[in-house]
Design a protein. Sequence first.
Length: 482
Amino acid sequence: MPKSEPEPEPEPEPEREPDRLPGQRAAQLAVVDPATGEAFDEAPDLQPDLLDTVVDRSRRAWRSWRGDPAARTAALRAAAGAVEAAGDDLARLLTREQGKPLAESYAEVARTAARLRYFADLAPKTRRIADGRPVHSEIRWRSLGPVAAIVPWNFPLQLAAAKFAPALAAGNTVVLKPSPFTPLATRLLGSVLAAVLPEDVLTVVTGREPLGARLASHPGIRHVTFTGSVPTGRAVAEAAAASLARVTLELGGNDAAVLLDDVEVDRIADRLFWSAFRNCGQVCMAVKRVYAPARLHAQVVEALAERARTVVVGPGLDPDTRLGPVNNAPQLARVEQLTQRALADGARVAAGGHRLSGPGYFFAPTILTHVPPDSQVVTEEQFGPVLPVLPYRNLDEALDAANGTGFGLGGSVWGSDPDRAEAVAGRLECGTAWINHHAELSLGQPFAGVKDSGVGVAGGPWGLYGNLRPFVVHRPGEEAWS
Ligand code: NAD
C-alpha cells in the first residue's frame, strides 16, 4: 500500500468557445428566418451577470493589445482576409436570419472586410505644437480600454465592423453585442476572427435585454458605441452616464429626397426607388419621404409605383429575389400600423399597402400619396418598404418640411443641374447630403447625424480618434534652462 494517495490530476480548464463562457446557460435564444416566420437555430442567451467576467478578460487582453501597433495592423489585415475567406458561409447565414437577398449579403460581407482593411492601415498622428513660447508640447494618442459595441439587426456585420475595426485599430478591445434578432452571422464572424486575433480582443455576447443595458452601464467599459433607434440611444446614454464612459450614438433617420422642378423623372426613378427600398427599406439613411414638385408629382408616383408593383419580392436565398421580407414580427407590425394609420388619415395607396399572404414577414412594397404632412409615416421613421410621396408648390416650403422632423441623418436633392441641386442641398439640416443619389458612403468620410440622429462622429480618421484620448506632454525648451 503506498504511503500516501497520489495527487489527483488537476482538472483541465473547460474548453471555451470565443463567445461562450464557462457556466453560461444552454442556448436559449431562438432565431427566426423572416422568410418563413419559423425558428431555425438558437444562440446563447448570456446571463448579464457574466459580463463581469467578459469585461475583465477584455481589460486584461487590452494590456498587451494596446502596446503593439504593428501587430494590430497585421492582425486586422489578416482579419479582413479571414472574413473574405468565410464569405460564403457568412453571407448565407446573414440572409437566413436577416432576410436580405443573397447578393446584398455578399456586398455586406465585402464591406465588413473593407472596413477592417481600411482601419488596419490608419494610425493616429503625433503632433507638436509650436506657439512661439519656449515650451514644447506634444500630442500623443492613447487607447481607452474595453469598448462596448451594440448594433441593430439591419446590417449586423457591416455595422459591427464599423465599430470594432476603428476601436481595435486604436488599441482598444471590444465586447460586441448584436441584436437578438440577428445573432448568428455575428457569432460566426466572432469565431472567424478568433482565429486571427489574440484571445479576448474581440468578444461576441448574445442575449436578450437587459444584456445591452448592463453592458452599456458596466463600470469596466470606457466607450459605448451604439447604433440603433433614438429611444434606445437615449437609454444607452443614460446607462453609460453611470460610469461616465464616452458615448457615440448613431441613431435613426427620416431622410427626405427633394426633387427639383428640372428633374428628369425617368432618368432618376430607378435610383430613387432603390434609395428607399434597398434592404426592404430597413436602412437608417434610406429615403423615407419624397418631396416632388406638384407639376411632376403624378409622374413621380407612377414611376415609383410601377417599380413597386413589379419588383420580385421573396426569400433572400431565391436568386430572383430583389426585395426580401421585413426582418422581424414587431417591425412588420409597426410598418403595417403606420400604413393603416396613414390610410385612416386620408392617404391613398398607389402600390402595395398590405402584408403579403403566406408564411414569412413579407409586406408589399408600398407607395403612398395624399399623405397629410403630419401623418406618422411622414414624421416618424417607418424603417420598412413604405414610401410617402408628397407634392410641394414652393421650394422653401419643401425644405422647411424636409428639415421639419426631429431627425437629421441625411437628405438628398435631385435635379438636372447638379450645381443648382448642390446649392439647394446646402440648406438641408443633416450630416450627409447627396446629389442625385442617396445613402452612398465612402470609408474615409465622417458619418454623423444631427438633432436626434446621433452624437459623436464615426467613419474615417474621425472614427479612429473617437476611440482614442489625447495625452499631452509639455516640457520647457532648452533655452528656458540657460
Ligand atoms: P434598437 O434600438 O431596438 O436596438 C439596437 C440594439 O440595442 C440591439 O442590439 C438591441 O438588442 C439593443 N438594446 C435594446 N435595448 C437596449 C438597452 N436598453 N440598452 C442597450 N442596448 C439595448 O434598434 P433596432 O430596431 O435593432 O434597429 C433599427 C434602428 O437602428 C432604426 O432606428 C435605424 O434607423 C437605426 N440605425 C441607425 C444607423 C445609423 O448609423 N445611424 C444604422 C442602422 C440602423
